[in-house]
Design a protein around this ligand. Structure first.
Ligand SMILES: Nc1ncnc2c1ncn2[C@@H]1O[C@H](COP(=O)(O)OP(=O)(O)OP(=O)(O)O)[C@@H](O)[C@H]1O
Length: 245
């Protein structure tokens, strides 16, 4: 893959919090239009990795490029092309759903229509609800809608469907399938193997702050000599996914 064929490039990333080495050595290359899954046990460094890619955390070492942009130096340009599913803590808890959507729409020249976004994540009926009164799953769906407001070329989604009911999960999967059909590059942190099998072109398996394998779901199964991705994960990391979730 040459650099012009790379949508997301992370090279030799490392990050420590005081005495904890969250990310020891992570390198990734994601092609334009590719959906790359990031799998790993709890504490493997997934969130820290994507936060560095999104420019929300400064790496101790290594470099990141998203569509050729440096997340810190080119922050303003990156914001126009990158959509990040933010944690609750980053959102304004006292605003109504529709107000949050309008606020985020105001950041972009050609935002998706509010109705379309709310329909996409099935929050049309909650448009007048204040953020902090939403259920956990509704908050999560709203954070996904906000990541997609600006028609990003690259979307970073952290635990897309964790805690969602089966209908909401399927809805999110179709939303990602729609992004794939629009050639959006997606980085998807997940603990759900069915989701990874269905949506991801390739998967990076992280363990203890390092990438232990990057391959297609089928490639990981073949490499580990297992029938399921669950078993491949256990073989590659030596850890049970039950421990990981
Ligand atoms: N702000 C922080 N301050 C101190 N330590 C942190 C902080 N954020 C993460 N860590 C630690 O860094 C390590 C990696 O955390 P990270 O959240 O990146 O992992 P993860 O793979 O996303 O985990 P999970 O699946 O539990 O979300 C963990 O040991 C975690 O406790």
């Amino acid at each position: 893959m040459t650099s012009s064929e790379t949508a997301v490039l992370a090279e030799n990333l490392a990050k420590s919090y005081r005495h904890v080495q969250a990310v020891a050595q992570v390198s990734l290359r994601v092609a334009p239009g590719e959906t790359m899954g990031i799998l790993g046990t709890n504490g493997a460094g997934k969130t820290t990795t994507i936060e560095m890619i999104a420019g929300l955390r400064v790496p101790d070492r290594g470099q990141v490029r998203v569509l050729g942009l440096d997340p810190r130096r080119d922050r303003a340009r990156l914001r126009q092309v990158l959509g990040v599913q933010l944690q609750d803590a980053y959102l304004h808890h006292a605003l109504r759903v529709s107000e949050l959507v309008e606020l985020y729409r105001s950041f972009y020249p050609d935002p998706r229509p509010a109705d379309e976004l709310l329909e996409l994540v099935d929050l049309t009926r909650q448009r007048r609800t204040i953020f902090e009164k939403l259920s956990g799953g509704q908050k999560q769906r709203l954070s996904i809608a906000l990541a997609l407001v600006g028609r990003p070329r690259v979307a970073i989604l952290d635990e897309l469907t964790t805690g969602l009911d089966p209908a909401a999960r399927r809805r999110m999967w179709s939303a990602i399938e729609q992004l794939k059909s629009e050639a959006v590059t997606v980085l998807l942190v997940s603990h759900a193997m069915e989701e990874v099998e269905r949506l991801c072109d390739r998967v990076a398996v992280l363990d203890a702050g390092r990438v232990v394998a990057v391959d297609t779901p089928a490639g990981l199964r073949a490499r580990a000599g297992t029938d399921t991705l669950d078993d491949a994960f256990v073989t590659l990391t030596g850890k049970d996914l039950e421990e990981a979730t």
